[in-house]
Design a binder for this molecule. Sequence first.
Ligand code: GLN
Length: 466
Amino acid sequence: MKLEKLSVKEFLARIKSGDIDLDDFTAHVMENSKSIQKKYNPFITLVDKIQKPKKKGKLYGLPISIKDNICTKGIQTTAGSRILEGYTPPFSASCVENIVNEGAFILGKTAMDEFGFGTFSVNCAYGIPKNPLDTERSCGGSSGGASCFTAVADFPHVALAESTGGSISCPAAFTGTVGLTPTYGLVSRWGLIDYANSLDKIGLITKSVYDIALSLSIIAGNDSKDSTSLNVPAHDYTKYLKKDIKGMKIGVPKEYFEGVDGKITKVIWNAIKKLEDLGATYKEVSLPHTKYSLSAYYIIAVSEASTNLAKYAGMRYGLHLELKGNFDEYFSAVRSNGFGEEAKRRIILGTFARMAGYRDAYYLKALKVRTKIIEDFKKAFKQFDVLAAPTMPVVAPRFDEIEKLSPIENYMMDVLTVAPNLAGIPMISVPAGKVNNMPVGLHLMGDHLQEGKILQVANSFKIQKY
Ligand code: GLN
């Protein structure tokens, strides 16, 4: 069975017709996943036994991996943190339910920076996933396990991932996979372990644009359990892939090329020229508040994170220690033991930014900047269908390079992904070429709920079929 040559579309048709035997397939998937785990460490939990799909739905027989901050009934869910070690949710997130109800099966929970705090998946309590294209390098973060596994698995598969400030786009760019972050509120967050509620979005990492369009059609839509869920009717996103891009207007934000590696800039301009060859037109545009986006993002993200993490006290779930001393002593012992260094840094920063006396200067100001950033995008989308830019300013760095970065230098790596995440607009990273043999991602951003348009442009690349 030459599975690596099969697209998800072809696979689903063949398994439905009985041409591929589900038992043979799941046996192959398990064996292969175990050997991938040994080599690259993409999983925090790899299931021992596959739960066979009950329904012959639209995704019947398709293996799904799930980022470890998305709750899965009966499967340990840690959000990459020691403080949630052993937590086995009694329920599944809405998006997991949707996918499983269509006949997909869960393979495991993928590695991530603790609670999503990171860009390189090195802030992981359960081992660092490695980039399958060069194991000395990061596969991006925080959805690193998802991108690692998607890049290397030799069978059809879809990864459920999550982004707060770039955690889908970055790992997709670093591993040459496709990553979609939908409009904020399009996919229910019910059952997601929060990092920063006003920014978190569940999305997808896959090998092809088709796989994204198909899976998004299943996980998108209103959910009464999530009060921020948008009231959008069910939608078939695969229909956009049949359209060409003739006449589409592409904006190229000039601020997104400042400080970017020159070789990456070249790859991105080649990609934009290719879009022109396919019938689109392009023009430069300015998003003047881009330079404030990193500061505003980190103030908002850590402020929200620090309140979200207050509930981890070793009482209700996850890590428990021997009950000693008074509550404060027990609480401090659990949190000192359970949180990693980056989580502690963000709790301190976020608590500081929200303190009386500082709140107006930091948090409220950051919210105002966020509004300005949204206005920049809204103005641009009056003129353009899609904005195109590099996803990341560098290719996947080596672990020894990452070690030398200060926390601020680390945060600066998110300079191109935080603004669209603050604005809550949809974005997709697609492989556009290589620099020093490592993949470069083209970032396509659309107006709110214009997933169809970015999928249409992304698909025009006709990237790798497998
Ligand atoms: N690197 C960013 C951060 O650390 C984004 C992470 C994410 O999207 N979860 O906040």
